[in-house]
Design a protein around this ligand. Structure first.
Ligand code: ADP
Length: 486
């Protein structure tokens, strides 16, 4: 089968290149991973997960109730007291190295499962999620026995039992971002993946079991928000690390207020992508497409607000529309696919609601002319052009392939507009002038500012937010701080 796109007499035609999933063995049912073993939930309940690209059932997943959360936290406490706290740091490092190597060995399997579970293109999970997850374990393995060098003249100690709750957009990568620094610092872990994407965390549990990590050091429990809330409220948890929506982040902040629990939050974003007239325009178009359309816009740091200098606005928008026509929306398992499936129905409905509202308000809209697959949860890449600063589309996080476009004349104007948001996770700047980059990176209230590139990640580089995007950093030396007492 050929896929064709055409605009202005250009044609792109690709033969389907499906990634095989024959080598993947999925179970009918997945249990909880507590004390080094897969165990049936005391709640006796399971729920079903679906492949968002086909709507087909993937598996039954154990639903952890309060007793199960209790068992996991107790397991983590015993492991902390009996083994992990006392283990020499260089031995802890060995386990982290082992986990990293085992993820690499099973990388293909993990990539396929990640794409089945999330709907993200196989190219993304194969080239980004899984290698970066392994790299985080490698990186923090290196820090485990060097904490005294990371914080000279300060005595640091582990915290104890850490509860970690993660979302569905980067399931394995978020698990690695959370588990690797926690273990390197000598803590034990109870991790809850998102309800729609538990599979790679459960596969990671197999690696954790097989690498000989002492039982209870990492426990993985599955379930919905209530399971997460039970973990947050458990009295024997010393720290909560959460990545997810600002709404739930606020609930967790309330729940932990007045307790001794440490907290770090990585929440929503509404990143500004700023393109000056002196930028390399084709490169900027590629960065914009990467920032908002690849990975379905399911990225907290997605560049969802484009600010383009007035003099080049027409040229940039027409180049962007042209590039959008060559984006392939479809089967996540096809290696050509740029934009896969939206992870779940609730999220797709939310994105469509935003698009409907924008159209009803009479904002100029542009969507790719591609056909969407008949089955599954898909959304066309969408532009809203000339949107007012106060509009919901500009102010609220959409978490889908939807880009708003505004113009600006001066640097002062764009700094003010870009900072006029409740969020502050990331930003992108496109210009030929180093001085503008330096000025903007100092003045933009965003945890990360990329210059002439976008969505670049490295385990050594800290990531985190300002304002309602949260607090605490993940990655780099800074990523150790939330897991230590000073
Ligand atoms: P998203 O919009 O990315 O789904 P959520 O904030 O809804 O973000 O979910 C992120 C994670 O938080 C998921 O693992 C989810 O199950 C969990 N969660 C949802 N509600 C709560 C809650 N009240 N307390 C703790 N965790 C929760």
């Amino acid at each position: 089968m050929n896929k064709e796109n055409s605009i202005n007499n250009f044609n792109w035609s690709y033969a389907t290149a499906l990634e095989s999933s024959d080598h993947i063995k999925l179970q009918e049912r997945y249990e909880l991973f507590i004390n080094g073993k897969f165990v049936k939930p005391l709640s006796k309940k399971y729920y079903e997960t679906q492949n968002p690209a086909s709507g087909k059932k993937i598996a039954n997943i154990a639903l952890a109730g309060e007793l199960d959360v209790n068992a996991a936290v107790n397991g983590a406490r015993q492991a902390y007291n009996k083994t992990w706290k006392k283990m020499p740091a260089k031995e802890r490092a060995v386990y982290l190295f082992r986990i990293a190597r085992m993820i690499q060995e099973r990388a293909r399997e993990f990539a396929v499962i990640e794409s089945l579970d999330t709907g993200k293109p196989i190219r993304e999970s194969r080239d980004f999620d899984i290698p970066l997850a392994a790299n985080h374990f490698f990186y923090y393995a290196g820090w485990a026995d060097k904490l005294d060098y990371a914080f000279p003249n300060r005595k640091v100690n582990s915290l104890g039992v850490v509860g970690q709750i993660i979302p569905w957009n980067f399931p394995l990568l978020m698990a690695a971002w959370k588990i690797a620094p926690a273990l390197a610092c000598g803590n034990t872990v109870v991790l809850k993946p998102a309800e729609t994407t538990p599979l790679t965390a459960l596969k990671l549990a197999e690696i954790i079991r097989d690498c000989g990590l002492p039982p209870g050091v990492v426990n993985i429990i599955t379930g919905f928000g209530q399971t997460g809330a039970a973990l947050v409220n458990h009295p024997d948890v010393n720290k909560i690390a959460f990545t997810g929506s600002t709404e739930v982040g606020k609930l967790i902040q309330h729940a932990t207020a007045g307790t001794n629990k440490k907290l770090s939050l990585e929440l929503g974003g509404k990143a500004a992508h700023i393109v000056f007239a002196d930028a390399a325009i084709n490169q900027a178009v590629e960065g914009i497409v990467n920032g908002i359309f690849f990975n379905q816009g399911h990225v907290c740091c997605a560049g969802s607000r484009l600010f383009v200098q007035e003099t080049i606005a027409d040229e940039l928008i027409s180049k962007l529309k042209f590039r959008m026509e060559s984006l392939l929306v479809g089967d996540p398992m096809d290696k050509n696919t740029d934009i896969g499936a939206i992870n779940n129905k609730v999220q797709l409905d939310k994105i469509n609601e935003f698009i409907k509202t924008g159209i009803a308000e009479g904002i100029e809209v542009h969507q790719s002319s591609c056909d969407l697959p008949k089955k599954g949860l898909y959304c066309k890449p969408t532009l809203f052009i000339g949107v007012a600063q106060s509009n919901r589309l500009v102010q609220e996080e959409i978490f889908g392939p939807v880009l708003t476009i505004q113009t600006f004349r001066t640097i002062e104007e764009v700094i003010e507009k870009a900072n006029n948001t409740n969020y502050g996770l990331s930003a992108g700047v496109w210009t030929d002038k180093g001085a503008k980059i330096l000025q903007l990176s100092a003045k933009l209230k965003a945890g990360v500012v990329w210059a002439n590139t976008y969505n670049k990640f490295d385990p050594a580089s800290p990531f985190g937010g300002f304002k309602e995007s949260g607090f605490g950093r993940e990655g780099g030396v800074h990523g150790l701080i939330p897991y230590l007492n000073f």
